[in-house]
Design a protein around this ligand. Sequence first.
Ligand code: BGC
Length: 385
Amino acid sequence: MPLRPKKTLLIGVAALAALVTGMLPAVNATAAPSPTISKDLFGTLSDGTKVWRYTLSSSAISVKIITYGGIVQRLDAPDRHGHRANVVLGFPKLDDYVAKNNPGPYFGALIGRYGNRIAKGTFTLDGTTYHLPLNNNGNSLHGGPKGFDTKAWTATPVKTKDAVGVRLDYTSPDGDMNYPGTLKASVTYTLSGGSLRLDYRATTDKATIVNLTNHSYFNLAGEGSGGIYDHRLRLNADRYTPVDSTLIPTGQLAPVAGTPMDFTKATPIGARIRDGFQQLAYGQGYDHNWVLNGSGFRLAAEVGEPTSGRVLKIYTDQPGIQFYSGNFLDGTLYGTSGRQYRQGDGFALETQHFPDSPNHPDFPSTVLRPGQTYRTSTVWSLSAH
Ligand code: BGC
């Protein structure tokens, strides 16, 4: 069914323009009520650390973020009739995140120090070779078994006239998961209208590598409502990075044209997923990095769900985006509303540098040196048509 045009959440567009330009929108007579922020106790870790859940709400959408892993626990957005649903996969309780999210799906979590894979967990920087813990088929995935997704972050609420946010800070000590340098990381989630902005920052006291992202899984028909294969995806990418059987890039930047990797025009996710394409066999579906066209802050991906009319647009300044079609959800996990998650019940779109960049000098660099600041921003913009 084609997406019905119009009825965009205008407030979302105005706010997005403001977020994109970094300017506050002009106050006008029809302005929506100011967004709000509140917090509640989500649980307590075994070492006694309290985990807080911040709720950021605008008249358009509402998001819940917990200080454990900086996890987006819920994201409620209206369909074309104004009915709200939670459009991200997750768990109802802290214990579930602690016990099942790593190793596991990394639902909603901040990923660091290095999102995605590093071949054999090994890289060389300035003549020193580092060995990271191997947690995925002989490779390192998502910063290791005790990555940023498992840390308690310190939260500071942020409020302006038109936006609310929460800044999360975490200092990763030198040698944490065998990465060099003390890395001071902060991620600020800011809600305005129908858009959630993610601003990542990091500094180091020794040369290191860094590639932060967020690992939310979306289902625009609502979490726990079934599969996402009928969602229509468009990616602003003419090329992708093909992988070997362990999902490590071969180093090639291959054209998507003429393959099931071509999402340059909006296409249902499931339309070609069983075509027998070798790359899709390796990933048991889509689990690849696309090379985003252009540079600077730009549209990376757009996903529409035909029944609800919900649309998610993702903007970023990053060179790549990992599109993962939830292939390894195997029915063993039950989500926020108690329903079972099966293969293809959610998809992730992780804005990032390319996987295994430290071992591919031709890929954009992920090296961070003392005196430099790692900065990257991503916006998720939700609307209904
Ligand atoms: C990876 C998948 C992995 C998933 C959850 C994704 O980012 O690319 O291979 O299964 O994260 O762990």
